[in-house]
Design a protein around this ligand. Structure first.
Ligand SMILES: *Cc1c(COP(=O)(O)O)cnc(C)c1O
Length: 381
């Protein structure tokens, strides 16, 4: 079989001339940061998902930090999340001094298992951070029911799921706060960027305060003079620039076509992969519609003779940019040093050993998809 001429990455942005022009126009405007474009971008995201408020941040991780601040997470609080995610979903809890508690996944959907969440709840539990892994929404109705029962705050990590549908609505209003990332591999990009959507005015105000040094934007005491402002909380400079926001507005106009193309690619993968022995495709709920940030398969190690490592290496040698998402978060040395041990989430670990991410992004052609499947088939034969 012939090797591809060029490397096919697992994910890649789509930038067109309109995007470029939007950024250039902003460069020529009076505001490079803290200008009017930020609010327009926030409005475009809030309107798209149907939320009352959106607050833009420098990146998704900063946005998660902001959400944990707004949720008043502090030392002694426990926050439950999945180990099959990017480390930021857990790290944001640590920034606030909280304790991360990992709940196991459902091996079929790869998402956090609501039953496991409930099993991990203690008197100290303050919040849940479910992750819409690969773009498939977590089981939010059940998670919100659990949260209401135990009076917990839910911060949905929707880094993968902007544009995904959950029971007829866009992801972004089911939880108390939802985070979206705008990193180049994510559904739409601002180069770096993050947004929290919420329907709560209280969280909205806290998020805005936190993003900009904890400084109140409403003139406080006019006794002092018009220059006067007050720093209310220990905030950060987590602001997005107007250049990024302009790119974001332009990108948001294309999100539906991006998601549609991702869904076509996923459907083609499903069709081409479903009858290959040893390859398990991701189970999808019928009442949700994934945004397909990632296409993650399981390589059944009871059927296949080659190891995942070997399959990965041989596919990479053929210029197919396969990847593995994610290493269980508590395996990382930082978490190991905090006392987390292997075996906490056995299903997640077993799942991880068999996981392989195949390339998926809107610019991929059907021929690219066929290439990936051909190489996979040849390699596992
Ligand atoms: C990308 C990502 C983040 C962090 O977003 P950044 O914008 O890169 O900071 C958080 N959680 C998950 C699941 C992600 O994939």
């Amino acid at each position: 079989m012939e090797k591809r001429d060029s490397f096919l990455p697992y994910g890649q942005q789509w930038i067109d001339e309109e995007d470029i022009q939007a950024v250039v126009d902003t460069l020529r405007s009076p505001f490079l940061t803290t200008g009017p474009t930020i609010e327009k971008f926030e409005r475009s995201v809030a309107d798209y998902v149907g939320a009352k408020y959106a607050v833009a941040f420098a990146n998704g991780t900063a946005a998660l930090h902001g959400a944990c601040f707004a949720a008043s997470i502090s030392e002694g609080d426990e926050v439950i999340t999945t180990p099959i995610t990017f480390a930021a979903s857990a790290n944001c809890v640590r920034y606030m001094g909280g304790t991360v508690v990992f709940a196991d996944i459902d091996s079929k959907t790869y998402n956090i298992d609501p039953t496991e969440i409930e099993r991990k709840i203690t008197k100290k539990t303050k919040a849940i951070i479910p992750v819409d892994f690969t773009g498939q929404p977590a089981e939010m109705d059940i998670i919100m029911e659990i949260a209401n029962k135990y009076n917990l705050i839910v911060i949905e990590d929707g880094a993968h799921s902007l544009g995904a549908d959950y029971k007829g609505n866009k992801v972004g209003t089911q939880a108390h706060m939802t985070m979206f990332s705008f990193h180049p591999v994510k559904p739409v990009t601002t180069a770096e960027g993050g947004v929290i959507t919420t329907n709560s005015e209280e969280y909205y105000e806290k998020l805005k305060l936190f993003r900009s040094h904890g400084i109140s934007t409403t003139p406080y005491s006019l006794e002092q003079g018009e220059w006067y402002y007050e720093m209310m909380e220990l905030g950060y400079n987590y602001r997005m620039t107007d250049l990024q926001a302009a790119l974001g507005i332009s990108q948001m106009k294309k999100i539906d076509s991006f998601i549609e193309r991702r869904r076509e690619i996923a459907a083609l993968y499903e069709e081409l992969l479903k009858d290959i022995p040893g390859v398990i495709t991701p189970l999808q709920f019928t009442n949700t519609d994934s945004g397909w940030h990632l296409y993650s398969i399981q390589l059944d190690n009871e059927v296949l003779t080659k190891s995942r490592k070997k399959i990965f290496e041989e596919m990479r040698a053929q210029n197919i940019g396969v990847h593995v998402h994610y290493i269980p978060v508590y395996w990382h040395p930082y978490y190991k040093d905090l006392g987390y041990k292997k075996g906490i989430c056995p299903k997640a670990e077993e799942w991880y050993e068999q996981a392989l991410t195949l390339p998926i992004f809107p610019k991929m052609t059907n021929e690219d998809v066929v290439d990936v499947v051909k190489v996979l088939q040849a390699v596992i034969k």
